[in-house]
Design a protein around this ligand. Structure first.
Ligand code: 5RP
Length: 227
């Protein structure tokens, strides 16, 4: 049977949006799945829901603004009540691999300030072990070749992400090194190792940040709950 990924993303988005309450500060993720959430929240705002939102990318900010969702500067809040974001891979114990859309830096900062981090996916994103999807590592351009060599020493084969033969530039003006480490036996240990490389700004391993993953399966959803 053909799996309709778009339907699964939409089902997960609709289920997640039910968790948003009036007057909350809401983090808005980035990517094709998170975009469904922004549209759903836009409909609720049109119907009178009052929230303040913090977008994780310029793309999400532009869409939210076009839907009349009120945005707030992250530096004016102490915490974010709930964030809804996507992922490239997740394990049932709620470790995530993110950053395929290049917004991992703000996504990780927003997740770190969030009380309830909800991840929504289609059914292709569940894995037993992270690492089939190349791990995005965001680096300042000055350090890119040094970081590539350091990642290689740790067993990671990296390539600078390119778009139209030019390095992809993140919203913060950095490069992304998509790195293949093979299947990652210990994501927390690899996360610590990569964080110690000078020039790395962020990487796509999100450990102990998600509260729940809502996965679309056909025309329904399955929820994985952690802490
Ligand atoms: C962006 C991300 C996205 O959440 C991730 O890449 C999933 O994207 P999509 O919903 O388009 O599959 O981490 O940085």
């Amino acid at each position: 049977m053909m799996v309709d990924k778009e339907q699964e993303k939409q089902m997960a988005a609709k289920e997640a949006v039910k968790l948003v309450k009036p007057n909350q500060v809401v983090g808005l993720g980035t990517g094709s799945t998170a975009m469904y959430v922004v549209h759903e929240i836009g409909k609720l705002v049109q119907a009178g829901l009052q929230i303040r939102a913090i977008p994780t990318s310029d793309r999400t900010a532009a869409l939210a603004t076009s839907l009349d969702i009120t945005l707030v500067d992250i530096n004016t809040v102490e915490a974010i009540d709930i964030t809804i974001d996507g992922a490239d891979e997740f394990t049932p114990d709620l470790s995530l691999l993110k950053g395929g859309g290049g917004a991992l830096l703000k996504e990780k900062i927003v997740a770190s300030l969030t009380r309830e981090e909800i991840i929504i996916t289609d059914s292709s994103k569940q894995v037993a072990q992270l690492g089939k999807f190349p791990l995005p590592v965001e680096v300042i351009p000055f350090a890119s070749n040094y970081v590539l060599r350091q990642l290689a020493l740790q067993g990671g084969t990296g390539q600078i992400r390119m778009v139209d033969s030019q390095p992809f530039i993140t919203d913060e003006g950095n490069y992304i090194i998509d790195t293949n480490f093979g299947l990652i036996a210990d994501p927390a240990a690899l996360s610590n190792t990569i964080n110690q490389v000078n020039g790395v700004v962020a990487h796509g391993l999100f450990i102990k940040l998600a509260s729940k993953v809502i996965m679309g399966v056909g025309d329904s959803t399955v929820t994985f709950s952690g802490k």
